[in-house]
Design a protein around this ligand. Structure first.
Ligand code: GLN
Length: 474
């Protein structure tokens, strides 16, 4: 039996579990699993084992923590001191940060052991984990290797699902990268309110959208991790100063809104919808009440708005990887433009190049007002639409993804635009910076399928409490 995080920590404290033995055991598992599933870009074996020994010495001196001895994996785009951190890109090969991201420092301060960096779409550019960087391997679904485990936090979700150990992962979402892989791998993923968790030490995709969150096998594990990584940080200028604490509440009679346009969308697989309505009826019989509502602006404009903003910000963020100060260097020859092109041509994948080109175009003088600035204005209207819903309801609820984990061969047939539209269910909440959680609502042909609850700003406590209740129900 796999222990829940809090039971695991209690047993470590009671001396029933050895931190070193457990760390050794999960590292062996990670190495074995990785051969087949590609969940890690780096497994930091020596680092983790040394940490485990150091921690044991500290424990003998009286040290304790909320994550004592807990193995934690970290999405590759989040910096860990001394451990190669590449955001899944060849352009960052060899980069070993000389500092920990705030979230990493926080979990280490509570006694967590970092076991490795998890695979992702390069810089987070993707929904299926297929857009990995040059020379990286594509992560595979733990339930069926011929299918996607979702992206971009693919490795975090895959390993959380497959590991036989107590384990949690720190993931990141720009437009759905926590919720989508959580759904495809049957685990729990929490994406917090924008600004609740410090982004200091995150290798940026799109600064106005990026959020660091948590993944666990169950709501309680993800909740405990989320609680620890949250909080104001003066090193992140968008960090929220006054945050209510996150805790589990007793309430059950929540009022939920179900967006018509999503559950009636052509994208949605009928089998996913069947499980979803089943789940809603169960919730109803336990005291939840629901109503179908309309989100006309979000369902029509969130995808174009999101992709304009995301690629514009990404193209600015990636400009620093030009082979001079940051990232890979090449042999210096030709003019600057040739050198710069060589570095980027050789070390960035196809989707990264596509997004840099799209984003640079959208920000060009003459187009900036028409694209980027207009998208920012549209974003305000999309946030207002949610605000109106939250004046009457506690949550917006729908399936996390319109489809089951797709086969790689089918994904290859999507055009880029079809690919982007697969984010229709997760992008709205992300674009508005709203907290949301995805948990498994059932299986179709042995493939997991998630339900997503979105709450108003800083309402993580309500969200997690409802999800915890729901988890018991399902
Ligand atoms: N699929 C979305 C994108 O490619 C979201 C990915 C993410 O959240 N990083 O932008």
């Amino acid at each position: 039996m796999i222990l829940q995080l809090s039971d695991f920590v209690n047993q470590v404290k009671a001396g029933q579990i050895s931190i070193s033995e457990n760390t050794y055991s999960i590292i062996e598992e990670a190495k074995k699993v990785n051969k087949k599933y590609n969940y890690f870009t780096t497994i930091c074996e020596d680092f983790a084992l040394a940490e485990a020994e150091r921690l044991e010495r500290e424990v003998r001196k009286g040290f304790s923590g909320l994550l004592l001895g807990v193995p934690v994996s970290i999405k590759d785009c989040i910096c860990v001191k001394g451990v190669e951190s590449k955001a899944g890109s060849k352009i960052l090969e060899g980069y070993k940060p000389n500092f920990d991201a705030t979230v990493v420092a926080k979990v280490r301060a509570e006694g967590a052991i970092i076991i490795g960096k998890t695979s992702q779409d390069e810089f987070g550019f993707g929904t299926f984990g297929k857009n990995v960087g040059v020379d990286f391997e594509i992560p595979k679904n733990p339930f069926d290797e011929s299918r996607s485990c979702g992206g971009s936090s693919s490795g975090s979700a895959g390993f959380t699902a497959i590991s036989k150990h107590t384990h949690v992962s720190i993931a990141e979402s720009t437009g759905g990268s926590i919720a989508c892989p959580s759904s495809f791998c049957g685990i729990v993923g929490i994406t917090p309110t924008y600004g609740r968790v410090s982004r200091f030490g995150l290798i940026d995709y799109a600064c106005s959208l990026d959020k660091i969150g948590s993944m666990g096998k169950n709501v309680n594990d993800a909740f405990l991790l989320q609680k620890i990584i949250s909080g104001y940080d003066e090193r992140d200028s968008t960090s929220i100063r006054d945050q209510p604490d996150i805790s589990i509440l007793k309430r059950k009679n929540y009022e939920i809104a179900i967006p018509k346009e999503l559950v009636e969308s052509d994208l949605a697989d009928k089998k996913v919808l069947d499980i979803f309505w089943n789940c809603i009826h169960k919730m109803e019989s336990e005291g939840f009440s629901y109503k179908e509502v309309s989100l006309p602006l979000n369902s029509k404009y969130s995808i174009p708005t999101y992709y304009l903003i995301a690629v514009s910000e990404a193209s600015t963020n990636l400009a620093k990887f030009c082979g001079l100060r940051y990232g890979k260097h090449e042999v210096l020859k030709g003019y600057f433009d040739d050198y710069f092109s060589d570095v980027r041509s050789n070390n960035l994948g196809k989707e990264a190049k596509r997004r840099i080109i799209l984003g640079t175009f959208a920000r060009m003088s003459g187009f900036r007002d028409a694209f980027y600035l207009r998208a920012m204005k549209a974003r305000t209207l999309l946030i207002d639409e949610y605000k109106r819903i939250f004046s009457k309801f506690d949550f917006v609820v729908h399936p996390t993804m319109p489809i089951l984990p797709p086969k790689f061969e089918d994904i290859s047939k999507f055009t880029p635009v079809q690919d982007y539209f697969m984010d229709l269910f997760t992008v709205p909440a992300n674009l508005s910076g709203l907290p949301h959680i995805s948990l498994n609502m059932g299986f179709v042909n042995n493939l997991p399928c998630g339900i997503m609850l979105t709450a108003d700003f800083l309402r993580e406590s309500e969200l997690i409490s409802a999800a915890s209740f729901l988890e018991g129900l399902l």
